[in-house]
Design a protein around this ligand. Structure first.
Ligand SMILES: C[S@@+](CC[C@H](N)C(=O)[O-])C[C@H]1O[C@@H](n2cnc3c(N)ncnc32)[C@H](O)[C@@H]1O
Length: 211
């Protein structure tokens, strides 16, 4: 038991994420390019940003007329997200919890997840993600492409421990989903901790409306 809980508290826990967020803004404050590109053609509705971090994507969506909820395990990140929304003069509902604890009847027109840190060991987490998309809604999941596994392991985490692009792709049954985008897209590398990531692995899928 001990070993398991130690492992959880090393890299995946809310406390570990709060530590990582430290005392100063970690991300750029700009919305992710792939969000801007993939959402441009959608009519605003309800949206959930999973692992919203400091909230730039959620704030951008709210500015575009979406009714947004931003969910994250890090209270520190959410405090910054809340401040960003206030500064922008938009309303966003912030949920301080893990995706695995999302209400079962939750259904959004858009569920976006950028650079997810969802443990694969929790097999149900992908189901929670897919179930959160309303019929006729869109799922947008974006990973970093070409992750340097050696480098990641040197930084103390294994990318294969987390839900990968291919895991989500494999979970989308053709009966229920139309895959609209699945592949690599260039990205202007931001400054700061994400600066070495130049390519996104984008997955956009539309949930069919049942007859
Ligand atoms: C790599 S960051 C990405 C942040 C943001 N989406 C962005 O694009 O900048 C991953 C985020 O997922 C959050 N997170 C970790 N475990 C989570 C979980 N089980 N459910 C929801 N969010 C989680 C972390 O606190 C962190 O903010």
């Amino acid at each position: 038991m001990r070993a398991i809980s130690d492992q959880h508290h090393t890299h995946h826990s809310p406390e570990a994420w709060d530590d990582r967020y430290g005392d100063a803004a970690m991300w750029s404050g700009h919305p992710n390019e792939a969000l801007v590109r993939e959402v441009a053609g959608l009519a605003p509705g309800t949206a959930l940003d999973v692992g919203c971090g400091e909230g730039a994507d959620a704030v951008w969506l709210a500015r575009r007329g979406w009714t947004v909820e931003g969910l994250d395990v890090s209270g520190k990140a959410l405090a910054r997200a809340r401040a960003a929304a206030e500064e922008a003069g938009v309303e966003v509902r912030w949920l301080h919890q893990g995706l695995e604890d999302l209400a079962e009847d939750a259904a959004y027109d858009l569920v976006s997840v950028f650079y997810p840190a969802l443990l694969r060991a929790d097999g149900a987490v992908i189901d929670v993600l897919l179930d959160a998309v309303a019929e006729g809604g869109t799922l947008l999941v974006v990973h970093h492409a070409h992750v340097d596994r050696e480098r990641a392991r040197e930084h103390g985490f294994d990318p294969d421990d987390y839900v990968r692009h291919e895991d989500v792709l494999a979970s989308l049954s053709p009966t229920d989903w139309t895959i609209e985008v699945a592949g690599e897209q260039g990205r202007t590398a931001p400054e700061g901790p994400g600066a070495h990531h130049h390519t996104d692995l984008v997955l956009r899928a539309w949930r069919k409306v049942s007859a």
